[in-house]
Design a protein around this ligand. Structure first.
Ligand code: UDX
Length: 434
């Protein structure tokens, strides 16, 4: 099939590349000329495991092309994906100006029937607004479909190629049939394509992300309580997670959730509730608890150093909001570093992928190490913010030798508490006291 993707951000690029992989002819459109040139030269503008391999292959086989011309995009695809940003407005709601602006332009350029697919995460009712924005500009027949994505950064290619489910919100049989044809190669394993109305599809995305953020946040509160009563959150997690109604995943406590989705989507659903006279008390609590959780280690660090961090040097391992990405949006590490800088501490940081992004944001306020041990050399304590695999089995003897003090504040519970104590570390983690 001929497919166009408008917007080559994270979602657009993964969608376009993976759809080319199943034999479709994909044309990706972006207004950023520099970026389009880069992509035409085979350079992937984001870090995402496996994406470069697929990208390369499909460009070579001429199934994946790039352009800055919206007209070309509209003419090319029988299905046109909108994968445009929906950033958080000042009031927490989703800013739809990119999506609605593109819809208007599409309306002006449409010459024959097309299916316009909304892939961006948008508030309930947006597909109606997209329909209206297009219809105001044209008399040509078209359909608008909502098709939320559930991609995790770091696993996006795998998630796209082997989805647990595909959700399609559509009220047109013609559009539904085209979408089913497009996605059928991805669900040969028997996983479902769930067809529903547009509003339910739009809400599914917000509900899924908000539920997962709530699950993590609930566990963070249980972890905090474990510390008060001397329980071990790892044991509680196992005891709970083996109940299949609860499930083992997304029960890992830490210094809060971050990223480009959870924080934004929880706030947007909360705001959407307000606009529709519904107060999501639970989401209010999730937002509040997560804000506190991102800084949960700070009082502990302060107390360890007698409330004075001035001139103390800390190593920070892990800056990305989670492993296997260079994305630092809403990363708990950022909040941690900002707090420590306020207390006039010196910070030596290391992350396997996110260093360039952090450098751009923090400049010379931080010292940038070339590896995890260089970061830990001569520091008063080590703080772990992201659970990259490389941090899971450090050379503890070497660490003890190079650090000024063997003190670790672990925001991701990477090590065994008893073992660390036996190794002579002053080790503090989340929800585990012994
Ligand atoms: C998420 C959803 O998983 C995905 O379906 C959606 O499309 C986009 O948002 P992503 O933001 O890439 O994906 O990351 P995810 O792996 O879900 O982690 C989100 C945050 O939660 C990270 O900061 C992570 O560290 C944190 N997290 C996750 C926990 O603190 N504990 C857990 O048990 C799981």
């Amino acid at each position: 099939m001929k497919i166009s993707v408008i917007g080559t951000g994270y979602v657009g690029l993964v969608t376009g590349t993976c759809l080319a992989e199943t034999g479709n002819e994909v044309l990706c459109i972006d207004i950023n000329e520099e970026k389009v040139k880069q992509m035409q030269n085979g350079i992937v503008p984001i870090y995402e495991p496996l994406l470069d391999v697929l990208f390369d292959r499909n460009i070579k086989e001429d199934r994946l092309r790039f352009s800055t011309s919206l007209q070309e995009g509209i003419d090319h695809g029988e299905i046109i994906f909108l994968a445009l940003p929906t950033p958080e407005d000042e009031d927490g709601s989703a800013d739809l100006s990119y999506v609605l602006g593109a819809a208007k332009d599409i309306g002006k350029l449409l010459t024959e029937y097309k299916v316009i697919v909304d892939k961006s995460t948008v508030p309930v009712g947006t597909s109606d607004r997209v329909k209206e924005a297009i219809a105001n500009e044209t008399t040509v027949d078209f359909d608008v479909v909502s098709n939320p994505e559930f991609l995790r950064e770091g696993f996006a290619v795998d998630d796209f190629l082997k989805p647990e489910r595909i959700v399609i919100g559509s009220s047109s049989d013609r559009a539904t049939a085209l979408m089913q044809k497009l996605y059928s190669p991805f669900v040969r394993s028997g996983n479902p394509i769930i067809i529903m109305d547009e509003k339910s599809a739009e809400l599914t995305k917000y509900a899924a992300n908000s539920f997962l953020a709530t699950k993590i946040t609930f566990m963070n509160e249980i972890a905090n309580f474990c510390e008060k009563v001397g329980a071990d959150v790892d044991m509680v997690r196992l005891g709970m997670g083996t109940d299949s109604r609860i499930g083992k995943r997304f029960l890992f406590p830490g210094i809060g959730y971050g990223g480009s989705c959870f924080p934004k989507d929880v706030k947007a659903l909360h705001k959407s509730g307000k606009e529709n006279n519904y107060d999501f008390d639970i989401l209010n609590a999730v937002i509040k608890v997560n804000d506190i959780q991102k800084k949960i280690l700070i009082p502990r660090i302060l107390s360890h150093f007698n409330m004075d961090l001035k001139g103390k040097t800390f190593a920070i391992w892990g800056l990305a909001f989670k492993p296997e990405t260079d994305d630092i949006r809403e990363a708990p590490a950022l909040y941690m570093m900002e707090e420590l800088l306020k207390h006039e501490a010196n910070l030596k940081v290391y992350d396997p992928e996110a260093m360039p992004n952090v450098k751009r944001k923090f400049g010379d306020q931080l010292q940038y190490a070339n590896n995890m041990y260089e970061a830990a050399k001569d520091v008063d304590a080590l703080i772990i913010c992201t659970e990259w695999s490389i941090f899971r089995t450090p050379d503890l003897d070497k660490l003890k030798q190079i650090m000024n003090n063997p003190v670790i504040f672990d925001g991701r519970n990477l090590y065994d508490v008893k073992e660390m104590k036996a190794e002579g570390f002053n080790y503090s983690s989340i929800g585990r006291t012994s």
